[in-house]
Design a protein around this ligand. Structure first.
Ligand code: SDX
Length: 394
């Protein structure tokens, strides 16, 4: 089965692990979840259906998918005790700091799901998974409202997953959020394309924390912290900032490309540890960004700059020789910006999308009776043995 590499379980001497969830062929630009090509999932599936596929291994039957949807819908609100946490955060706190804190705090409100006793936590797995997928969205929206000084907007159980998120983000007491430009559909595709991605930095972090027996809330909270880094999930924010700087400089991208080639700048949203070909998700997101702006009758100069940068880079030997292609972050910010999501929330959106992958990887560790605590070894490059020197003799 592709995706199962025969290394020893856990992070033994090989530094690799075994997983059945996602398969990437970096040279060919292939990504499959449980064997299904990302292109087919993008065309036919939804975020919640792909979440079930990633977590449980199969495309769900209709009644299973409906039951999961109901489970997610019923878990949309957060405990009122957690509302008070927002009173303590400064309004300029970074949304990723709030998200990791709030996700870990969920464990305090659901002790039966966060016992750190593997069998007990697994016995509650289905509820915990649906609860996390639902509440991560609510916490994100509440964070935005707190930072904007707006009252919290409660979930509307009649709305589907992504539209409910946009409602909690943007509905006002004097006017409900109306999605009249395909925002929910574009955001659902965005979330679906982020669902899982093999052993990336944040997913490996989740597995590391899970391998010690920690509960799912603690593990995904650690994943959020890892995702925050600008080389990882923080790149989608960095891409928009880069495009805005290029636009403000009146540059058509030419000067920026030259700076990147001199090592004076990084072309954010380009390059990948595994893909040495076009990231298949970037292709889909590039098209989705174009379609969305067209349907909104919007012109975004940043999209034009992004397309020019991509064209220039794909023809330039500096990038071609280093196999640097657009990755998932290159176009995603343009979609989020068109939907009206502030740049500071972009990496939080990535976390919402990646939640199913983190949950699936935690499950893979927790369910494996052979799984041991991950304990990578190192090559020691420090001092050889030496004797203690008293303070007065130093
Ligand atoms: C994600 O792992 C995952 O699967 C992650 C992810 C997921 O879904 O979870 O796909 C999501 O994190 C995507 C990546 C988002 N990050 C960025 O877009 C930040 C910009 N990209 C770079 O930081 C970089 O490309 C990395 C970190 C993504 C990958 O780095 P590598 O593969 O370790 O490449 P490298 O640092 O060894 O660089 C190789 C060469 C170097 O030049 P030389 O030393 O050979 O002269 O390529 C250059 C680098 O300077 N280079 C770039 C570049 N990325 C690498 N030059 C300009 N712009 C870039 N973006």
């Amino acid at each position: 089965k592709s995706g199962c590499i025969t290394f020893d379980e856990g992070y033994g001497n090989t530094g690799s692990c075994q997983s059945d969830i996602s398969f990437i062929d970096g040279e060919k630009g292939i990504l499959r979840h449980r064997g299904y090509p990302i292109e087919q999932l993008a065309e036919h599936s939804s975020f919640l259906e792909t979440a079930m596929l990633v977590i449980y291994g199969e495309l769900p039957h209709e009644e299973c998918l409906d039951a999961f949807r109901q489970h997610v819908r019923r878990n949309a609100s957060i405990h009122t005790g957690m509302h008070h946490h927002f009173d303590g955060f400064p309004s300029d706190a970074h949304p990723m700091a709030i998200l990791s804190a709030m996700l870990n705090s969920l464990g305090a409100y659901y002790p039966e799901m966060s016992s750190n006793n593997r069998d007990q936590d697994l016995a509650h797995f289905d509820e915990t998974a649906a609860l996390l997928i639902s509440k991560v969205r609510t916490i994100a929206a509440m964070t935005f409202r707190m930072k904007m000084g707006l009252p919290f907007e409660y979930p509307d159980h009649k709305r589907r997953y992504t539209e409910n998120f946009l409602h909690m983000m943007f509905s006002e007491p004097y006017g409900e959020y109306v999605d009249d430009h395909g925002a929910a559909e574009a955001l659902d595709l965005f979330l679906m394309l982020h669902a899982d991605h093999e052993q990336n930095c944040s997913t490996s972090t989740v597995r590391m924390v899970a391998s010690g027996g920690a509960n799912l809330f603690a593990s995904v909270s650690a994943g959020v912290c890892a995702l925050w880094g600008p080389s990882h999930g923080g790149a989608n924010m960095a891409v928009i900032k880069m495009l805005e700087e290029i636009h403000q400089d009146g540059d058509d991208g030419t000067r920026f490309i030259e700076a990147a080639k001199k090592g004076e700048a990084k072309l954010m949203g380009f390059g990948h540890r595994v893909y040495k070909n076009y990231d298949p998700r970037a292709k889909i997101l590039g098209k989705s960004a174009e379609n969305m702006l067209q349907s909104m009758g919007m012109q975004d100069p940043l999209l034009d700059i992004a397309k020019r940068l991509e064209q220039a880079a794909l023809e330039d030997d500096y990038f071609v020789s280093r196999k640097l292609y657009p990755n998932v972050d290159f176009y995603s910010g343009i979609i989020l910006k068109a939907i009206g999501i502030p740049v500071e929330m972009f990496t939080v959106m990535f976390a919402i999308g990646r939640m199913p992958g983190w949950i699936a990887n935690w499950k893979e560790i927790a369910e494996n009776p052979k799984s041991r605590i991950h304990r990578p070894r190192q090559i020691y490059t420090g001092e050889t043995q030496r004797d203690y020197v008293k303070l007065g003799d130093r």
